[in-house]
Design a protein around this ligand. Structure first.
Ligand code: ADE
Length: 215
């Protein structure tokens, strides 16, 4: 990042500067829905960002989605939201929505950036569709199967995206979410996750965001 200035706020380090000529604020969201919601709201309210891109890793929730593949969200759902019988299961109370849509233009540009990256590597594939977020690391095939049954079309599970989606929906901020698959959300998930984040994830994010900024 050029002309980078770092600010510490609320246990997070926000770094502002130019990323390939785009004014950017980069920050680690921390883990879980509350942490991600706080980070997203702070980006908007304190740092006055106008768009949000979320990058990270996820567990696969579909047999066609493999470790190393990329998933770009078309919509996100909070898979642990259940205020029934007051509201239907998964619906975020008082929004009328369970599936929170991402911004079409940002997601399209992100998909182009991911395709350029994947064309240069052989093997991994790009998927677009539904991502589920909850305050649970899923490492249990039975629990995953129950989520897949309840949420048709679910491609991946993680712990932040749908919280960022709710904040952006409520504040009117266009956003997109891209995840690299680090594990299969089964009994090996924790080991696979640690290995993947240490060795691969940041390279994916760096190359794709570089392509995104150059597009
Ligand atoms: N992020 C990466 N892998 C995950 C998993 N299996 N469950 C929840 N979040 C994840």
């Amino acid at each position: 990042m050029q002309d980078a200035v770092s600010v510490s706020h609320g246990m997070r380090g926000y770094t502002a500067g130019k990323l390939w000529n785009i004014d950017t604020v980069a920050v680690l969201s921390r883990i879980g829905k509350v942490a991600a919601a706080m980070t997203a709201a702070t980006l908007v309210e304190k740092f006055e960002v106008t768009h949000i891109l979320f990058t990270g890793v996820a567990g696969s929730a579909d047999f066609g989605v493999s470790v190393g593949d990329i998933v770009i969200a078309e919509a996100l759902v909070q898979h642990d939201m259940d205020a029934s019988p007051l509201f239907p299961r998964f619906e975020v109370p008082l929004t009328g929505l369970s599936h929170l849509p991402t911004d079409r233009d940002l997601s399209e540009r992100l998909a182009g950036a991911a395709r350029t990256f994947l064309d240069a590597t052989s093997g991994p594939r790009l998927h677009r569709g539904l991502i589920g977020s909850g305050d649970q690391f899923i490492d249990d095939a039975v629990r995953l199967a129950a989520l897949k049954d309840a949420l048709p079309g679910l491609l991946a599970v993680e712990m932040e995206g749908a919280a960022v989606a709710q904040v952006c929906f409520e504040l009117g901020i266009p956003f997109a979410v891209i995840r690299t698959i680090s594990d299969n959300a089964n009994e090996n998930a924790a080991t696979d996750f640690m290995h993947f984040v240490k060795t691969v994830a940041s390279r994916y994010a760096f190359e794709i965001i570089k392509n995104f900024c150059h597009a």
